[in-house]
Design a protein around this ligand. Structure first.
Ligand code: OOG
Ligand code: NI
Length: 458
């Protein structure tokens, strides 16, 4: 029997990411406007800053920049999460990291499904921030039971999608026509549905408990709630959004503006009010807001030491602010962030020497031509110009930022205080596997790049 040739999971992910973007552009016209603004800004940055252009060329990031986006979804049950993990695995996406949003008053915990190897990320860096609703946090027992019963009745995957997931698992991959079907079928899970699964009154009750609970429970499936392109200069986009009819949130989440960007900076614009038909209404008379827009700028991945410093400086700035950042205190917040983050070295060398970030090493032209260098240390090779470094790009998310994004889109009324906290174990049990530690992935990529350099040098 001849072996069918399977489509690589990386290519399936690349196609899926494109299909998702096309669908979202059709569903949310403002997303198209945002994409154009981001493309313009990126072009402008590449033209006006040859240093950035050179850096992105040498790391290969230039090729993935236009493909680069993340999405976010929220699911209601363990079974939904576990099947999603299998669906994403078909596209080479693994659950990386654990994010607990309950300290910020959002009743979910989350992971990010993404590719884990630098070669796979290069083909498609598409990621999906995936949250599981924590029904146990609904205090009203009757409402909790109701929410559970509604969720238990729905099926968020098409029978064909389930079939193809089984096939990929048992056969070890998907053939070309199967992969095409898979992308089409998988997309259905993330589509927006105007018709709700509950009555208007039931929706109100769920929403009164927490708007997020209504968003997860009252609909047929985990509609993609935003799709985020990557910009090379988030401050420019933030400043130009109003002129394009888009009102951004008050502050950019994440670190302040720097010469050497670190981690992740994000901003978003408010959810849209969309017409909804509840089950007791013949027409679409209700409304719901869930979907929004977001942009992000990615910088260097930090080591545990760098991350601890980031967390300390962020907390210090926020403590001094004394409140959640908002319209009224945005200027003060930005000033406090700049002030506190002056402690964080803002050069590649500074971050490398203090082991604050992860890097990728490259052999220079001088290194390629030079004889017998293997006995030199990494430091010597660098200082003598045989090697050079570029920071590894951060591929993940930030819990405090994610909470800020959730909140800006749910409204301030959504700030509830939950007594119960982080429960990674319960999350992983629901997921059906453990989540991968992102820091280990960066360390591996850095190690591989050093090994490749030594293999190239004679
Ligand atoms: C996810 C919010 C978090 C991010 O990029 O940190 C997020 C959601 O609203 O479901 O998108
Ligand atoms: Ni996001």
């Amino acid at each position: 029997m001849s072996h069918p040739s399977f489509v690589s999971p990386d290519l399936i992910r690349q196609r899926f990411s494109k299909a998702m973007s096309d669908m979202y552009r059709e569903e949310v016209p403002l997303y198209g406007a945002l994409m154009e603004l981001v493309e313009q800004t990126n072009r402008h940055v590449l033209e006006s800053d040859p240093q950035i252009a050179r850096q992105l060329n040498s790391t290969g990031e230039i090729q993935r920049l236009d493909l680069e986006r993340h999405g976010a979804i929220r699911v209601g049950t363990a079974a939904e999460l576990a099947t999603l993990a299998r669906l994403f695995a078909v596209m080479g996406m693994q659950p990386v990291g654990y994010y607990d949003l309950t300290p910020a008053g959002v009743p979910v915990h989350s992971t990010a499904f993404r590719a884990v190897h630098e070669a796979a990320l290069q083909v498609s860096p598409f990621r999906v921030f995936t949250s599981l609703l924590r029904l146990e946090l609904i205090e009203d027992l009757e409402l909790r039971a109701f929410a559970q019963s509604v969720l238990d009745k729905r099926s968020i995957f098409t029978p064909k999608a389930l079939n193809l997931i089984d096939r990929a698992e048992t056969e070890g991959g998907l053939t070309e026509p199967e992969a095409q079907d898979f992308v089409e079928q998988a997309l259905e899970t993330f589509r927006w549905h105007h018709s709700a699964t509950v009555t208007a009154e039931q929706y109100q009750k769920l929403s009164a408990q927490h708007r997020l609970i209504a968003d997860v429970v009252a609909f047929k499936g985990p509609h993609i709630n935003h799709l985020t392109p990557r910009t090379l200069d988030i401050d420019i986009v933030q400043a130009q959004m109003p002129a394009h009819g888009i009102t951004p949130k008050a502050v950019i989440e994440g670190p302040p503006r720097r010469q050497c960007p670190i981690l992740l900076r994000q901003t978003s614009f408010k959810a849209l009010d969309e017409p909804v038909a509840f089950t007791d209404q013949a027409e679409t008379r209700g409304s719901h807001s869930a979907r929004f827009g977001e942009i992000e700028q990615r910088g260097a991945a930090l080591t545990p030491k760098g991350r601890a410093l980031y967390d300390r400086l962020l907390n210090a700035a926020r403590d001094e602010l004394g409140d959640f950042p908002n319209e009224g205190n945005a200027a003060r917040y930005n000033a406090l962030m700049t002030q506190h983050f002056s402690e964080f070295p803002d050069t590649v060398e500074g971050m490398r020497l203090q082991e604050l970030a992860y890097f990728r090493y490259f052999v220079t032209e001088k290194g390629v031509g030079a004889p017998a260098l293997k006995s030199l240390s990494l430091e010597d090779l660098l200082s003598d110009g045989y090697l050079r470094v570029e920071p590894l790009v951060y591929e993940d998310f930030l819990p405090v930022s994610a909470a800020g994004i959730f909140q800006s889109n749910l409204g301030d009324a959504a700030q509830t205080h939950y007594g119960e906290h982080s429960n990674r174990q319960a999350f992983e049990q629901a997921l059906g596997r453990s989540t991968i530690d992102e820091l280990g992935l960066y360390a591996e990529t850095q190690r591989r790049s050093i090994e490749e350099c030594f293999a190239t040098l004679r």
